[in-house]
Design a protein around this ligand. Structure first.
Ligand code: 2IT
Length: 446
């Protein structure tokens, strides 16, 4: 029998000051405990101990000069977590609040998310404590170039294929790719999220948000509800929230809120396409604020220092950052009649919030299932690069839809209880654990 408390005691002792990593591993193990006990071959072969430990964690120095010619130093990270299913794969986050523990949590989640896509990808994550806010275009370019001067030694099309995440979009991928190409002399698929004209895939920017809504629609359907006319509260206003807002609106739902770090914007009658287009413009200002939305559109309210979870909604989709939705927020959502919470970001709900939602019979989907559309489309970009070909918008969208539906089916297959209710956390974790663990068993103790 697995002793989770003892395992976690050891993990905490060996990884001090890494609460996000500890939280992710504990949540995961607790949800698959029964499955592990029913299948002793995994524990007997040391799979549990091996699967929660990253293969390796790289930390490196990045020196670059700002526009005043002053030398700046940041830390770079790449955690290569597990490559049982394919080359390491996962995004790069540039954000001041990162550290090794954050990248280990993100890498751990990525392993299982990537497994759910059914595409051949292992899991990794990386980035830097570089803060893109307020930096000039030239500064961003110089930083990306300096970052790649270190990262290039660690990556490769068959080894590790990074992509964007928070703070890293097409522009940053461009500068990173340019430097990789210069050093290696190769125009290869070593990064995903590339520009459409130089190896990128159609739909990559839309994919996380679109996939999120495809998954949400499947989930509602499986629980005798539908997306149409539902009020959706989103948090964040980046890539994920934007794609979700667009697809949800297109499918007849009403997006009633988006947010930034200093408050949220309330749309009483739901967003329209003009407002969603304006989200893109806001994002490109790099200032991390949503307030201008209320200057641009009448009847749109900015509420300073308030969260999206205070508005009446049927569905809440946190798309900003880890641990942004706590137990207090969950209680407000439930009191306001929310029926469904879907994680758009990686681990945006605290464990206490998830418990509260469960106790109140709220439908809940974990990020590793619901937001897998982004990395799935990265996987499709790798396929297209290998084929030296580019699929149409429609083709990529069709494949994305099929993948999200399959992830939902996997959750149902592995998470349905005797009463026919689907536990999406359990379903996603068991399905992905099985894939990764079985591959590790097949490949021996390495
Ligand atoms: O959180 C994520 O799934 C990502 N950052 C996407 C990674 C990728 O390789 O596209």
């Amino acid at each position: 029998m697995i002793d989770i408390d003892q395992l976690m005691f050891k993990l905490e002792k060996n990884n001090p000051g890494q609460p996000e990593y500890i939280q992710a591993v504990r949540e995961f193990l607790e949800s698959i405990e029964d499955f592990i006990n029913d299948n002793p071959q995994y524990e007997d072969s040391g799979i549990i101990d091996r699967i929660i430990e990253p293969d390796r964690s790289h930390i490196f120095k990045i020196a670059w000069s700002d526009d005043e010619g002053k030398v700046q130093v940041n830390k770079g990270f790449r955690v290569q977590f597990n490559n049982a299913l394919g080359p390491y794969k996962g995004g790069l986050r540039f954000h001041p609040n990162v550290n090794l523990g954050v990248f280990k949590f993100l890498g751990f989640e990525q392993v299982f998310k990537n497994a759910l896509t059914s595409l051949p990808m292992g899991g990794a994550k990386g980035g830097s404590d570089f803060d893109p806010k307020g930096k000039s275009n030239d500064e961003v370019m110089r930083f990306c170039q300096a970052y790649m001067l270190e990262l290039w030694k660690l990556i490769g099309t068959e080894l590790d294929v990074p992509a964007g995440e928070m703070g890293v979009g097409t522009r940053e991928i461009g500068y990173l790719f340019g430097m990789y190409k210069k050093i290696s002399g190769q125009h290869s698929g070593v990064l995903t999220g590339k520009g459409i004209d130089w190896g990128g895939s159609q739909m990559r920017n839309h994919a996380t948000g679109y996939g999120l809504i495809y998954f949400t629609a499947e989930m509602l359907k499986a629980n005798n509800m539908e997306l149409k006319d539902k009020r959706i509260a989103l948090s964040g206003f980046g890539n994920v929230a934007w794609g979700a807002a667009q697809k949800a609106t297109e499918m007849g739902a009403k997006v009633v809120s988006i947010s930034g770090p200093d408050g949220h914007v309330y749309f009483e009658n739901g967003m329209d396409m003009e407002m969603i287009d304006y989200m893109l413009e806001l994002r490109s200002t790099n200032e991390d604020i949503v307030r201008p939305m209320s200057y641009e559109f009448p009847n749109v309210q900015f509420r300073q220092n308030k969260k999206s979870w205070e508005v009446r909604c049927d569905i809440a989709i946190p798309c900003a950052i880890q641990d942004e939705l706590n137990e207090h927020d969950a209680a407000i959502l439930v009191a306001n009649g929310c029926k469904c919470v879907v994680e758009g970001a990686n681990m945006p709900c605290t464990p206490e919030a998830i418990d509260y939602l469960k106790e109140n019979a709220i439908l809940f989907a974990p990020g590793k299932a619901a937001n897998a559309g982004g990395v799935a489309t990265s996987g499709l970009e790798m396929s297209q690069n290998a084929l030296r070909y580019q699929w149409s918008n429609e083709e990529v969208d069709k494949q994305l839809f099929t993948i999200m539906k399959r992830i939902h089916d996997l959750c149902r297959e592995h998470g349905t209880d005797e009463d026919g209710k689907i536990d999406y956390v359990k379903g996603a974790n068991i399905a992905s654990f099985k894939k990764v663990a079985n591959a590790m068993l097949d490949q021996g103790m390495i």
